[in-house]
Design a protein around this ligand. Sequence first.
Ligand SMILES: Nc1ncnc2c1ncn2[C@@H]1O[C@H](COP(=O)(O)OP(=O)(O)OP(=O)(O)O)[C@@H](O)[C@H]1O
Ligand SMILES: [Mg+2]
Length: 569
Amino acid sequence: MRLCCSRCDLSDNLSVCLIVGLNLVPHLLNLVQSWSQMITVRELEITIGARVLMTGVNFQVSKGDKVGLVGRNGAGKTTLTRVIAGDFQQSAGTVESVGQIGYLPQDPRTGDPNETAKDRILNARGLGTLLHKLEAARDDMGSVDEKVYESAMNRYAKLEAQFEANGGYAAEAEAAAIAGNLGLKPNVLNQNLGTLSGGQRRRIELARILFSNAETMILDEPTNHLDADSIVWLRDFLKNYAGALIVISHDLDIVEETVNRVFYLDANRAVIDIYNMGWKSYLKQRETDEERRKRERATAERKASILQTQAARFGAKASKAAAAHQMARRAEKLLSGLEEIREQDKVANIRFPEPQPCGKTPLFAHNLSKNYGSLEVFTAVDLAVDRGSKVVIIGLNGAGKTTLLRILAGVELPDTGQIDPGHGLKIGYYAQEHETLDVAKTVLQNMQDAAPELVETEARKVLGSFLFTGDDVNKPAGVLSGGEKTRLALASLVVSRANVLLLDEPTNNLDPASREEILKALATFTGAIVLVSHDVGAVDALNPERVLVMPDGQEDLWNDGYRDLIVLS
Ligand SMILES: Nc1ncnc2c1ncn2[C@@H]1O[C@H](COP(=O)(O)OP(=O)(O)OP(=O)(O)O)[C@@H](O)[C@H]1O
Ligand SMILES: [Mg+2]
């Protein structure tokens, strides 16, 4: 770490600087500032293939800074965080960081599959391994062999001191509390990572980072896979976090409540605009900036037009040619000094088409139960989905909402009960983790798999309305950004002519403009929808008639009390 200010040019300690006689106050200010700077980015450029995601990026993030990194889907937010975390190579510029960084990727696949979830979290402070060593030493202390016993005693004392120094048993309780608040049950903590669902793994990773005491946290979409109560808890945790934070989130409440700086990655200009203010002020400031730019443009264009008219008049007379020339040059200068008109982000045009005809009750589920080992997720759930009906499934984390949708979609089998497909049933399943997409196949191939009868030009047309144009359709689905994967999965639904849509958190990862589109599509679809969502806007747009409360499987007519549950929980 650099201990000295840039002005004295010594990477030495404070006393050396005082000896060389610099002014104490600015020196100390510089010193404190350089101590608290956790991330410094200079002249950064990131390119992927031929596309420049961003260029000329400069910023610093200090202790106590809470940065909301925003920009449309596919702008390059995740890629920037990967560069900062050392996971992706930039094409130019430098990134320096001080201290430990806790990085939650948007799509984490980290950790040894044979490690228990609890160890994964505790090892963020090296505690899991220490606990195991303590246990082994304790076992050896029972040995009849004097030598083994002696050595185990010594080992135990040293390990225990180390364990206590790292927070000890209180830290273990702290880790369990964090995991609990993220909706992870104690029995999940004892399972190996390899046996957990993607959503559970993601929550384990988040718990690990929150537990780690890292000086800087970079969280990419931390609310994905969290239920509303966990989101509220996380919001408070982040508010009280004293380190540096960079957060990317489609959940604007979390951005509004936690950030004190906003970095807007403008994909059209490939630059980052930095706003040193909270979310609401940022929105106002952007509007004010936009209006100012419009005003300045209008004024400059008016002046230039006057000058050009005069120049044309004067230009006709030889005696005034010099003045005319001068005026024309001034007009030109005025116009050239103007900023380019900023392009508006394009928005996907999401509309679910007319569903294929079907009988009165296309989907009927009877007596469904599911257990994982000794854990009973739900028992004896019945559900009848009528043509065109709208049903919301609610319940806390672990209540089996995703599992129920997977069973209804036929991708997982129930332990008891069955699904009776009605006449003409055509299911469209949107999986929260996009597991319906084949990551090795291209965007276009995924689309053609979803609707084999679709000719290529038609498939390209639909993809175009979902903002996949030109070469984008040849990208493997695996490299798509979170929001792009969501768009592709939704595009596959659109061509399927499904009459029952099973949607698991369809607004996750979407930028605000794309989210609005999906809300409109939900509101106008004439087929049946079964929705799992903690996004109250999505539930409002659906305007459901019925609710299924998990894990009891109790069905009820929708009323505002249930809406309040989603808002308040
Ligand atoms: N290996 C790759 N090959 C081609 N394109 C890629 C590759 N990796 C990423 N991209 C593209 O780079 C762009 C930026 O992706 P990134 O994941 O950083 O976006 P993002 O801002 O995080 O978007 P989102 O809000 O959807 O998560 C996307 O268009 C993505 O498809
Ligand atoms: Mg991303």
